[in-house]
Design a protein around this ligand. Structure first.
Ligand SMILES: [Fe+2]
Length: 275
């Protein structure tokens, strides 16, 4: 039987003595589903898994989706490649929820480090339920019922602005019109409320002037990523991070250029829209 150990931080747990090259039992999947909701991000070390193992691990938690703009493994189009090097530095440097520009954003993402620069390129995660709990009562009440607009075109504005970018991303832009999500959502498993905003994809808070929307968004986004809500994960080759995309923000630390960093991700569909 594997063990789950909470890390000494606001969120996260390590899963030990579980071999992901072997099929998971139903009871294992149920335990991991519970742990994912409870600890918000699960870490695994030394998992020398195949593409098929990665795909099957994801499918144990739901159907897999494809990303509208990232490259993927030819035979496994659900396995997205995140590869950065001297010619292609990382462009993601904002805290975010994966694909919150979708009407039904992913339940979770399972990311494996394949080529990892020594002690660089960490990923940071923040606990959005703890960030919500600490808000003053008056702010909690005023945020209740508010909505925000999330946007693919806003999140990928730098890529769109590159030469040929708008043409290259035309289908992705057309297939992903802006969506509206509640500012405060309730986690469907834990019942905890949390702040569902992120600086990468949230274009605005609805019903406010541009200035008021920017001010509120900035102050909440700053609040959510204070050290007390954050855990910083140090990658090694074949480490895996499996995060609950419903309740965490994450961001890569882009301190490794021009070294090569290659990660692969499967992204699990949710069956419930944020509410
Ligand atoms: Fe991400």
């Amino acid at each position: 039987m594997f063990t789950i150990k909470k890390v000494d931080a606001a969120l996260g747990a390590t899963v030990e003595n579980l071999d992901l090259t072997a099929p998971l039992q139903e009871t294992d999947i149920a335990e991991l589903k519970w742990a994912l909701a409870e600890y918000q991000v699960l870490f695994f070390r030394d998992q020398d898994i195949s593409y098929r193992n990665h795909q099957e691990f994801g499918i144990a938690f739901g159907s897999l989706q494809r990303h509208p703009s990232y490259p993927a493994i030819d035979e496994f189009p659900e396995i997205m490649i995140l590869e950065n090097d001297r010619e292609n530095p990382s462009k993601i440097d904002e805290w975010h929820t994966d694909m919150s520009f979708k009407a039904m954003p992913p339940l979770g993402s399972i990311l494996i480090g394949r080529v990892v620069p020594d002690n660089r390129g960490d990923t940071m995660f923040s606990n959005l339920a703890a960030a919500y709990e600490d808000l003053p009562g008056s702010l909690k009440r005023s945020l209740e019922g508010m909505t925000a607009t999330h946007s693919f075109a806003y999140g990928f504005k730098e890529s769109i602005a590159e030469p040929g970018g708008r043409e290259r991303l035309k289908d992705a832009i057309n297939n992903n019109p802006d969506v509206v999500h509640p500012v405060i959502r309730t986690h469907p498993v834990t019942g905890r409320k949390l702040i569902f905003l992120n600086r990468l994809f949230t274009r605005k808070i609805d019903g406010l002037s541009e200035r008021k929307s920017n001010d509120l968004l900035n102050s909440l986004c700053d609040h959510m990523v204070q050290d007390k809500y954050v855990y910083r994960f140090n990658w090694r080759k074949n480490s895996i991070a499996f995060w609950d995309n419903r309740s965490v923000l994450h961001v890569p630390v882009n301190d490794y250029w021009p070294a090569l960093r290659r990660m692969e991700r499967v992204t699990i569909n949710d069956t419930l829209a944020p509410a």
